[in-house]
Design a protein around this ligand. Structure first.
Ligand code: 13P
Length: 249
């Protein structure tokens, strides 16, 4: 059975005070959660240890938003996948559209980062998604499928167990516009078919939706057969909203 996952991408937000309040709120909100969702908190790396020290719920795993494409060495300012592993992290976002667009990460960088994550024994949450122009041109599926093919070209065997994919249409991120449950499901179904074509254990791989997931739209999205949870930005910064989304999973 594939896992249901709800992951909180805090992006470059937060403070020592927010970590205390938010993790405290999530701890108490999730204490009585009855479903089987796995929750992942992905704070800015500087707060990783602080979040880790405050988490009290077994089902919560931790991740980071980015790692270097290199293993170790003279790369000032970078953080390695091995360090994340060393600190007890489990997940790494790879290829988030903000990294692709604002930091020039192309497919080859994304693939190199993914390789580091896999080699370190961590799970990659590979983010893919089309821009508004690409969707309007009718190229959404083609763009997403090309992103998946390039990033995952070298994955084989048991390494597929370390892959989660998040479909995040760029036009839905931070905009309040969400893909309809039907549109998101259509893309997820395509992605699962593509994974099967790539000889991946497609039915075992969790496919998350991200892009303006909120308490009022989460249940409809998560009810789709190929949507196995969400990658949450803005709403993950409000404990009550994030807990409510976890309850919908
Ligand atoms: P929002 O939920 O703020 O749209 O962000 C989605 C996202 O980019 C998560 O990685």
């Amino acid at each position: 059975m594939r896992r249901t996952i709800v992951a909180a991408n805090w992006k470059m937000n937060g403070s020592v005070d927010l970590v205390r309040d938010l993790v405290g709120g999530v701890n108490s909100g999730l204490a009585t959660l009855e479903n089987a969702v796995e929750v992942v908190i992905i704070p800015p790396a500087l707060f990783f240890r602080d979040v880790q020290a405050r988490v009290e719920i077994d089902r919560i795993a931790l991740g980071v938003q980015n790692v270097s494409q290199w293993q170790a060495g003279a790369y000032t300012g970078e953080l390695s996948a091995r360090m994340v592993r060393d600190l007890g992290g489990a997940y790494v976002l790879v290829g988030h559209s903000e990294r692709r667009q604002l930091f020039g990460e192309d497919d080859s960088v994304v693939a190199a980062k993914l390789a580091q994550v896999l080699a370190s024994g961590l799970t990659a949450i590979l983010c893919v998604g089309e821009t508004l122009a690409e969707r309007e041109a009718g190229a959404a599926q083609q763009v997403v499928s090309a992103q998946i093919r390039t990033a995952l070209a070298a994955v084989q065997g048991d390494s597929w167990n370390q892959i989660v994919i998040a479909y995040e249409p760029v036009w839905a991120i931070g905009t309040g516009k969400t893909a309809t449950a039907d549109d998101a499901q259509a893309m997820h179904q395509m992605m699962r078919g593509l994974l099967a074509e790539l000889d991946a254990p497609a039915e075992q791989i969790s496919l998350l939706y991200g892009g303006s997931v909120k308490p009022d739209n989460a249940a409809a999205l998560f009810a789709q057969p190929d949507i196995d949870g969400g990658l949450i930005g803005g709403a993950s910064l409000v404990a009550e909203d994030f807990v409510s989304i976890c309850q919908s999973a």
